[in-house]
Design a protein around this ligand. Structure first.
Ligand SMILES: [Zn+2]
Length: 330
């Protein structure tokens, strides 16, 4: 089972639980009403009997359907009115005996009458994706709204002809646009530059924005990414890593690999990286990679075919300047 199916199944299971809890609340309410106001239970029982009678009569004399329907509607309206009055006399709200739903649009089924997924199901799905992405704590503080340009220097860099702050404005805009227009344009990003310049922060910003649009995002540090493949290749069956998860790395809407170059590189990892990038490019699935390695270092580290994919299919965003983490402590 891939992650998308897993999240959906888990979200539907939660809705199912909610539905059962709500049915139990409704039953408890009805019992309470039976104890406090047995006349209401009697009235409801009479209405149920009358409804059954009208149905039988309609089957027997279909030509009188309109007449029976009107009579039944009148009876229902009268009964509702009587029950509301009785509930009020027992200090209970008018809707106390109505079915209990968390979501009135889909009645906690997750699907609307036209069979489209309800917003509550989409939200539950996003919540599952959040939990799985392991990003929930980071995303609370790291998002596009909390990004600060203040920590970046304003002095012009001789090599690039602009200041780190100006550069960050350009990079920020590119990342923001990538996330805001996700699903409309196919694009990959390569965030490239030394440590401590906000690459991971921006990866988190992108992840949050895209997750909140309901897309499936997998965010992994490079050691985690290769670790999953290692477990799959060499410890298959001993761990929870199944083919479904690997498949999700290949086909999730957005894959983020943070800190590429910090993993132990072998011929197996080389092949896993190439397979992943290549499959995702062929399927037009977006990927964001951050790395401390320069283009020259990347070329020395990874196979030629991987580099050609990275250079040919990714928009490079070059970070430069002083480590902003140090500045925060000065
Ligand atoms: Zn709903």
């Amino acid at each position: 089972m891939n992650l998308r199916e897993k999240h959906l199944q888990s979200a539907l299971k939660d809705l199912d639980k909610k539905r059962q809890e709500n049915q139990s609340i409704a039953r408890q309410r009805y019992q309470l009403v039976c104890e406090k106001a047995p006349e209401i239970a009697k009235i409801r029982q009479t209405l149920a009997e009358q409804t059954s009678y009208f149905f039988q009569e309609t089957m027997r004399s279909p030509e009188k359907k309109a007449e029976f329907t009107e009579a039944l509607q009148n009876l229902q309206a009268q009964t509702d009115q009587t029950i509301t009055t009785l509930l009020a006399s027992h200090h209970l709200p008018a809707d106390y005996l109505q079915p209990v739903y968390d979501c009135p649009h889909c009645q906690d089924t997750g699907f609307l009458p036209n069979l489209n997924a309800c917003l509550c199901l989409k939200k539950a799905f996003i919540e599952k994706a959040y939990q799985q992405s392991n990003l929930a704590p980071a995303l609370a503080s790291q998002n596009f709204d909390s990004f600060s340009f203040e920590v970046y220097g304003t002095e012009k860099n001789k090599t690039y002809g602009i200041s780190p702050r100006e550069n960050m404005h350009t990079i920020f805009e590119e990342c923001h646009h990538f996330a805001a227009a996700f699903g409309q344009n196919y694009q990959n990003l390569l965030l490239n530059g030394p440590s401590g310049l906000g690459k991971t922060f921006l990866c988190n910003c992108i992840a949050k924005e895209v997750l909140e649009q309901g897309f499936l995002v997998i965010y992994l540090s490079a050691p985690e990414f290769f670790g999953f493949f290692e477990k799959y290749h060499f410890h298959h069956g001993e761990t929870e890593i199944d083919y479904g998860f690997i498949q999700s790395i290949y086909d999730c809407d957005l894959l983020i690999i943070d800190d590429l170059g910090t993993e132990v590189i072998t011929s197996v990892t080389q092949s896993d990286l190439f397979q992943t990038l290549n499959r995702r490019i062929n399927d037009q699935k977006a990927t964001v990679i951050s790395t401390n390695l320069s283009i020259a270092q990347l070329s020395k580290t990874y196979s030629e075919r991987t580099i050609s994919r990275l250079l040919g299919e990714y928009t490079p965003l070059l970070f430069f300047g002083d480590d902003i983490r140090k500045k925060r402590y000065l």
